[in-house]
Design a protein around this ligand. Structure first.
Ligand code: ADP
Ligand code: ADP
Ligand code: ZN
Length: 218
C-alpha cells in the first residue's frame, strides 16, 4: 500500500505515519527529516535548503522530486511507503504521478488530517523529540512517561526544531494554504482522498485512519 499523509504543519502527519509504519509494515518517508539531514551535512544543497526551511518557505520542486524519487527506488520501499510531507505543491503531485506511472506503481490513498489553524500553533510550540532515537513528543499532549526520559530508548537529551517558532509557523501555514491545500481537490477528484478529524486525540485519529483505510480496501 502506498499512502500520502496530507495536512498542515503540526497536524500529526509524522505521529500517525510512524504508527502506520509499525502496524502495516510500510516505510515512512519524511521529506522534512531528509531535508534536515541534508542541511546538517553542510553540502551546497544542504545550505540552500537549510536557509529556506529556517524561513518557513517551501524548498524548490525539482530538489524535492529528485530526492523522493531516489528514495522510492530503494528496496525497503518495495512493500509500500507513506509519504509524510510530500507532495506539497501541484507540481510535486504531478511529478509523483509521472514517476509512479513509469514504475508501474500507484497511490492507494491520501489521508488528510484536518486541524484548525488555531490549534496548530500550540501543537508546534509544544513539540520536541528525542535526540537519540527521534521519537516525537508534546509537552502537553504527549509527554514522556517519566519526565526527561525517552519512552522508546531511555535517552535523556531532547531537541526542538529551530523552525518551530511562532513567526516561522505563520509563514509555513500561509504556504500550506496557498500551495498545498489545492492538493485536496486534486486527489478528491480521483476518489482516493480520505479526510480524518485531526482535532481528536492521537489514539482516536489513529483509529479513524485505520477505519478509513479499511473502508478503502473493502
Ligand atoms: P511539518 O512537520 O511542520 O509539516 P516538515 O518537517 O514536513 O514540516 O517540513 C519542514 C520544512 O521542510 C518545511 O517547512 C519546508 O521548508 C521543507 N519541506 C518539507 N517537505 C517539503 C516539500 N515536499 N516541498 C517543499 N518543501 C518541503
Ligand atoms: P506534523 O508531522 O504534521 O508536523 P507531528 O506529528 O509532529 O505533526 O505533531 C505535532 C505535535 O503535536 C507533536 O508534538 C505531537 O506529539 C502532537 N500531536 C500529534 N497529533 C496530535 C493530536 N491528535 N492531538 C494532540 N497533539 C498531537
Ligand atoms: Zn529516544
Amino acid at each position: 500500500m502506498n499512502l500520502i499523509m496530507l495536512g498542515p504543519p503540526g497536524s500529526g502527519k509524522g505521529t500517525q505515519a510512524i504508527r502506520l509504519q509499525e502496524s502495516n509494515g510500510l516505510v515512512q518517508l519524511s521529506t522534512g527529516e531528509m531535508l534536515r539531514q541534508a542541511a546538517a551535512s553542510g553540502s551546497e544543497t544542504g545550505k540552500l535548503v537549510g536557509s529556506i526551511m529556517a524561513a518557513g518557505n517551501l524548498v524548490p520542486d525539482d530538489i524535492m522530486v529528485s530526492m523522493i524519487e531516489r528514495r522510492i527506488d530503494q528496496p525497503d520501499c518495495a512493500g509500500g511507503f507513506i509519504l509524510d510531507g510530500f507532495p506539497r505543491t501541484i507540481a510535486q503531485a504531478e511529478a509523483l504521478d509521472g514517476m509512479l506511472a513509469r514504475k508501474a506503481r500507484r497511490l492507494d490513498a491520501v489521508i488528510e488530517i484536518a486541524v484548525d489553524d488555531g490549534a496548530l500553533v500550540e501543537r508546534i510550540a509544544g513539540r520536541f523529540s528525542c535526540a537519540d532515537c527521534g521519537a516525537g513528543y508534546h509537552r502537553r499532549f504527549r509527554p514522556t512517561a517519566v519526565e526527561g526520559v525517552c519512552d522508546r530508548c531511555g535517552g535523556t537529551e531532547f531537541i526542538e526544531r529551530p523552525d518551530d517558532n511562532e513567526e516561522t509557523v505563520k509563514t509555513r501555514l500561509a504556504a500550506y494554504h496557498a500551495q498545498t491545500e489545492p492538493l485536496l481537490p486534486y486527489y478528491r477528484g480521483r476518489g482516493i482522498l480520505r479526510s480524518v478529524d485531526g482535532m481528536a486525540g492521537i489514539d482516536a485519529v489513529t483509529a479513524e485512519i485505520r477505519a478509513a483505510l479499511g473502508a478503502f480496501a473493502a
